[in-house]
Design a protein around this ligand. Structure first.
Ligand SMILES: *Cc1c(COP(=O)(O)O)cnc(C)c1O
Length: 398
């Protein structure tokens, strides 16, 4: 299958995922796995003289361990964790002042869209949404007030691929405008936007990076010291920090990121190909398949592709509901990137906060299904999809 032709994976990625951020020798016990540091405060030798930690919101050993590991995966100097992906986005938006302007791609994670239109907008930080598939659209939307260009690639749920390097080169002609890339859908294993000249990479760690569906967290990576210092200040000042226990969970999960992502790719390619041959499927959107219009761009800027597949089923809302409710192994639920397969209806679920006319314009219709292909045996997944299609067929017979 089409697993050739991507960027060559950097040597040592899996090693860094396993070893960066912590050494057994840093603990007196030489514990191989870092302990969870729950203390909310840290003893000082004399006033304002401490061992690097004062109060748990401003810094914590479990968080620092994770932040170091995350930075190393993105080849970044700096990493910061936040209480959620949207917490990270909130901190980034707080870099701006009233009157500043954002340019964002138009097919965004619903929660990011909501934050930009319902919260930032109220604070007089306006966003212009553009189709980022043509990088020129992004540059054309830049005004004298623009401070941030927000990319998500592949987009959600339509999986459009955006040329990160090309957008960065156009945007960086405009002094003072930074490019932030939400890299949640591919993880640091399959895409590293900082290598493509982005200024900040942002994650919902909740998804592939943690991959175990048991923790909500976000992060950013950057090589820009000024941006890092400002975001580190905001992390503490706004208070959007993760718990030490959650930091432990994500750090643990990164150890298997490389192997998980390889398997997500294999499984999603198999499911995508299967869907392409199914008579009840109108169209499959899978950037890792040659049928995707930007398949070659994906290969040019990524190391592989994750488990995200969208498809249009033949029919409408009724057929989509029967299909999704009939799934037995694949769970009908929001979210993505975990070891278990999930399926959902963006128009009624993840993207319900986008006004219906906007949704229709983009193609987020009632027959668009989004799947996060997990790590189960492929033959069990296809059998489950097959029996759910059978239920749709029976509906049409009635
Ligand atoms: C889930 C998600 C977010 C938000 O992250 P939370 O951890 O849920 O706050 C942002 N971007 C994308 C692409 C996501 O999938």
């Amino acid at each position: 299958m089409s697993v050739e032709g991507y960027l060559k994976q950097e040597p040592g990625f899996a090693t860094r995922a396993i070893h960066s951020g912590y050494k057994a020798e840093q603990e007196s016990s030489w514990a191989v796995v870092p302990p969870i540091s729950l203390s909310t405060t840290f003893k000082q030798e004399s006033p304002a003289q401490h061992k690097g930690f004062e109060y748990g919101r401003s810094g914590n050993p479990s968080r620092l361990t994770l932040e170091k590991c995350l930075a190393s995966l993105d080849n970044a100097k700096y990493g910061l964790c936040f209480s959620s992906g949207l917490g990270a986005t909130t901190a980034i938006v707080n870099l701006l002042n009233s009157g500043d302007h954002i340019v964002a791609v138009d097919d965004l994670y619903g929660g990011t869209y909501r934050l930009l239109t319902k919260v930032a907008e109220r604070l007089n930080i306006k966003t212009t949404f553009v189709d980022g598939r043509d990088p020129q659209n992004v540059e054309n939307a830049i005004t004298k007030d623009t401070k941030i260009v927000w990319l998500e690639t592949p987009t959600n749920p339509l999986l459009k691929v955006i040329d990160i390097a090309k957008v960065c080169d156009l945007v960086h002609k405009h002094k003072g405008v930074i490019v932030v890339v939400d890299n949640t859908f591919l993880s640091a294993y399959f895409q590293r936007p900082l290598n493509l000249r982005a200024d900040v990479t942002m994650y919902s760690l909740t998804k592939y990076m943690n991959g175990h569906t048991d923790c909500i967290m976000g992060s950013i990576s950057t090589n820009n010291e000024d941006i890092y210092e400002k975001l580190k200040f905001l992390q503490n000042a706004i208070g959007v920090v993760p718990s030490p226990f959650d930091c432990f969970l994500v750090y643990r999960s990164l150890k298997t990121l490389a192997v998980r992502m390889e398997q997500h790719m294999k499984n999603s390619l198999a499911i995508g190909q299967y869907l392409e041959t199914h008579p009840l499927v109108e169209k499959v959107i899978h950037p890792g398949l040659p049928s995707h219009p930007q398949h070659s761009l994906l290969k040019k800027q990524c190391y592989g592709y994750s488990g995200m597949v969208s498809f249009y089923l033949k029919g409408g809302l009724e057929e989509s509901k029967v299909f999704l409710s009939s799934l037995k192994l694949i769970t009908l639920a929001e979210s993505l990137g975990g070891y278990e397969s999930l399926a959902e209806l963006p128009s009624l679920m993840t993207h319900a906060s986008i006004p219906p006319e906007e949704r229709a314009k983009y193609g987020i219709t009632d027959n668009l299904i989004r799947m996060s292909v997990g790590l189960e045996s492929v033959e069990d997944l296809t059998a489950d999809i097959d029996q759910a299609f059978q239920a749709v067929k029976n509906l049409n017979k009635k």
